[in-house]
Design a protein around this ligand. Structure first.
Ligand SMILES: [Zn+2]
Length: 632
């Protein structure tokens, strides 16, 4: 039941079958579809698994991020988060009662109404306990609350008769092993952190609505005229989201032991088929790489076009995807990409539950790499786009996005510490993915797969931290790889390989007067004739502090090429080339294993001008122009 303590040795820990049950919820929710309100009541249970006596707790009221334009989420003049603004109608949550039976007290009147240190924000609320909660005890709280849903903003809310209800109930902040709470205001660049538990949620909705929700749902007797009710239950999860809309078309399939439902708007049959096929591939692919998907249901929600902002998000056993009805016909693999990305989050978020606020790269970054390598496995070099005779991979795309901001900021920092959401996109999503792809290409996919499998085995239900990833990489790829990973994550470390001073000159046989032990000897100059030998020279340099081993390719006048290797240690490597054909060009890292290389245009130099590397860089640039945009 106890969470693993820190400083743990990943290899020694058994894979957990179930999550520790720390924060559990039993909720009844009634949707007033006309007013777009949810009336909620039920109970919350917190198990004090720590060895510390608790005198307070923190509740996240995320819906209050959309209450007014002074919330931390909305007050930036530059727009909010991923969706870039607020909806047409404010959203908020009112808690009416938070009663603790074992304390015989309503704790709500004594809460701090505002977030700590932020008099304008109401998303992080401290609640003092009137009786301390001892180690090993469970606190039960009876709660009553009302939610006004916003018009769709940041993946939650309503649009006409469509409702997507996420971050909607008073949610316990994550209890950390030292007895403190991991609480924070809802930041526009940040996602979440929560404890595992069980959810038992009854939904009361209009009779004509089709419902998608976390967990396994069963119908209940109708609660009244024109209404229907469902009871949805999920174990070993850390959140609960649901959607209700009369126009959903359901496509259903059994994939292994998982009951998959795809909910799409009408006229999206092609997208529904694409999403189902992507999930079919992804459940098996990610299951092999990161451990089996342990739940019996998975719901894929494709929002209506008017509510596209609720697409591209992950919740336990429920993901939202997106794309226009015509997306499958354009050549861009947007629908596949967003679906497989969100499915990947069932591991990098759902099962692992790393702290998305403190280390978003463990979630979005590793998941972007998982997305790219999954798509590459399925579609090869055309993983992002195939059309007009052009094939573009997600790796190329990711490199292009990351290269634009390079090492502006460390990867391993809090979501709110990044300059902007554009920076989160480039560094958390793009640079982490390029870093992991670099490890894959330099040290071998098989070894990195083993390392990530070790990480996944450990991370399942354990809230992993960066050190757990570093240890897994060290265990399979060695100290040098782990050192590179650590510097790239924490120290803004970068690398640029380049070639300078390529020369190749003919060497005639020696001529002149030579003193030898047998006496003085005069060797005449030979007659002019084609040179038999060339003396060649080049310098390969490494800028930056990442030290990846690289290949160096030398190509000669007679069209043959030779390969040298450099371990990447030291700042430079001098090549001496004695050859029978003239050296024409030297290329460092000719197969582009080091995707993190800041500048690919200087990776080759020759004794003559060559244009190929520049053309290569331009392709990345056009890839970015073609497909840059939203980050799921
Ligand atoms: Zn994501």
């Amino acid at each position: 039941m106890l969470l693993a303590s820190h400083g743990r040795a990943a290899a020694a820990e058994p894979v957990l079958e179930h999550a520790p049950r720390v924060a559990s919820y039993q909720l009844d929710a009634k949707l007033d579809e006309g007013a777009h309100r949810v009336y909620g009541r039920g109970s919350i249970e917190l198990f004090n698994y720590t060895s510390t006596t608790l005198h307070e707790l923190y509740l996240h009221l995320y819906m209050n991020a959309f209450k007014n334009d002074q919330s931390l989420f909305l007050r930036s003049p530059f727009g909010a988060g991923r969706s870039g603004g607020h909806g047409g109608k404010w959203g908020y949550i009112d808690v009416k009662r938070l009663y603790a039976p074992q304390m015989e007290a309503d704790l709500w009147p004594n809460r701090s109404a505002k977030s700590p240190g932020d008099p304008d924000d109401e998303t992080d609320v401290r609640v003092p306990l009137t009786v301390p909660l001892e180690p090993g005890q469970t606190l039960k709280l009876d709660v009553t609350f009302e939610v006004q849903l916003p018009e769709i903003v940041e993946r939650t809310g309503f649009k006409q008769s469509y409702h997507f209800v996420a971050q909607w109930f008073p949610k316990l902040a994550q209890l950390l092993p030292d007895g403190s709470f991991n609480h924070f205001s809802f930041h526009p660049q940040s996602e979440f952190a929560a404890d595992f538990g069980s959810y038992d949620v009854t939904l009361d909705v209009p009779e004509k609505d089709v419902v998608g929700a976390t967990g396994k749902c069963e119908p209940l007797p109708s609660p009244g005229v024109g209404r229907r009710a469902l009871r949805c239950r999920a174990k070993d999860v850390h959140d609960f989201a649901w959607t209700s809309w009369p126009d959903f078309v359901e496509t259903r399939a059994q994939v292994g032991s998982v009951d998959v439902r795809v909910l799409t708007p009408p006229n999206h049959a092609k997208n529904a088929a694409t999403e189902l096929e992507t999930v079919r591939f992804g459940l098996s692919h990610f299951g092999e790489r990161f451990g089996a998907y342990p739940y019996s249901t998975l719901t894929v929600v494709h929002p209506p076009d008017a509510a596209a902002d609720s697409g591209g998000m992950e919740y336990p056993t429920l993901i939202t995807t997106g794309g226009a009805w015509f997306a499958p016909f354009t050549g861009a693999r947007d629908v596949e990409a967003v679906t497989i990305h969100e499915l990947g989050h069932q591991w990098f978020y759902g099962l692992f539950a790393s702290d998305e606020h403190r280390f978003p790269f463990l979630d979005e970054g590793l998941n972007s790499y998982a997305e790219h390598s999954g798509l590459a496995q399925r579609f090869g070099t055309a993983s992002a786009f195939s059309g007009f005779g052009l094939r573009i991979s997600n790796e190329a795309l990711s490199r292009a996005i990351a290269a634009a901001r390079g090492a502006d900021e460390p990867i391993a920092q809090g979501a709110g510490d990044f300059f902007s959401f554009r920076s989160v996109g480039a560094i958390v999503y793009g640079r982490t993915a390029s870093l992991m792809s670099t490890l894959e290409r330099v040290y071998g996919k098989q070894q990195l797969d083993l390392a990530l499998h070790d990480y996944a085995d450990f991370a399942r239900f354990r809230h992993p931290e960066p050190r757990d990833l570093l240890e897994a990489v060290r265990g399979r790829l060695g100290d040098a790889a782990a050192g590179n990973l650590e510097r790239a994550l924490f120290e803004r470390a970068s690398v640029d390989y380049l070639v300078r001073d390529v020369q190749s000159v003919p060497r005639d046989p020696h001529a002149g007067v030579f003193d030898e032990s047998s006496g003085r000897r005069t060797v005449p100059r030979s007659e002019p004739r084609p040179p038999a030998h060339f003396a060649g020279h080049a310098i390969v340099l490494r800028h930056g502090t990442l030290e990846f081993p690289v290949d160096i390719e030398l190509c000669f006048e007679d069209a043959h090429c030779e390969k040298r290797s450099w371990d990447g240690h030291g700042t430079d490597y001098t090549l001496s080339v004695d050859s029978t054909s003239q050296l024409v060009s030297v290329t460092v890292d000719p197969t582009q294993r080091v995707l993190l290389d800041d500048d690919l245009t200087n990776n080759a130099a020759g004794t003559r001008e060559r244009g190929t590397p520049r053309a290569f860089e331009r392709l990345f640039y056009y890839a970015e122009l073609l497909l840059g945009g939203g980050l799921p």
